[in-house]
Design a binder for this molecule. Structure first.
Ligand code: PNS
Length: 160
């Protein structure tokens, strides 16, 4: 039976930290599904479809990584696709509380699903999508923070 891990997130936009985590995850599971949450209230920088395209381009070299989107509860989606693991990253202690809360809630909702935390390379520990958006919006370079296709998409978004 293949072990499927779902890596859920907003990915607005995907960063090199997300990709580092995915690369680590894909060596431990048969398939990693990066799943973008659809029903966010806040106004995103990139639409779900744009984010999915950017993600797909960024993970194209990894044959066991797929990109999808979901609505509603993560645990319902995970069950639907046959995932047994929820993959999340912890960059620093400040991530811990929020991640623990989500992991506990997801365990309450679906005890058979295991949340697995991975730690990205320290080179990416300070990177977040929110800061990348802010830097790009204010004219800074996102080079080295996000994959090249996202650097171009950010330039287009803020110059265009
Ligand atoms: O990248 P993010 O914004 O930290 O990802 C948050 C995400 C998408 C993993 C989380 O908001 C989520 O799983 N939302 C789906 C709704 C849900 O299942 N909520 C209850 C469990 S906490």
């Amino acid at each position: 039976m293949s072990r499927i891990a779902v890596y859920p997130g907003t990915f607005d936009p995907v960063t090199n930290g997300h990709l580092d985590l995915t690369d680590r995850g894909r060596t431990h599971f048969d398939r990693v599904i990066m799943a973008i949450l659809r029903n966010e209230d806040k106004q995103p920088l990139f639409s779900v479809e744009e984010r999915m395209d950017l993600l797909r381009e960024a993970v194209t070299v990894w044959s066991n990584v797929e990109v999808d989107s979901f609505d509603g509860l993560l645990v319902d989606y995970a069950r639907r696709i046959g995932a047994t693991v929820i993959l999340r990253g912890i960059r620093a202690a400040s991530d811990f509380e929020y991640e623990m809360q989500m992991a506990m809630m997801n365990r309450k909702l679906a005890p058979e699903l295991e949340t697995v935390f991975l730690v990205p390379s320290e080179a990416y520990s300070y990177i977040s999508s929110r800061l990348v958006r802010e830097v790009a919006r204010l004219g800074g370079s996102a080079e080295g923070l996000v994959p090249d296709n996202v650097v171009r998409a950010l330039e287009d978004r803020f110059r265009g």
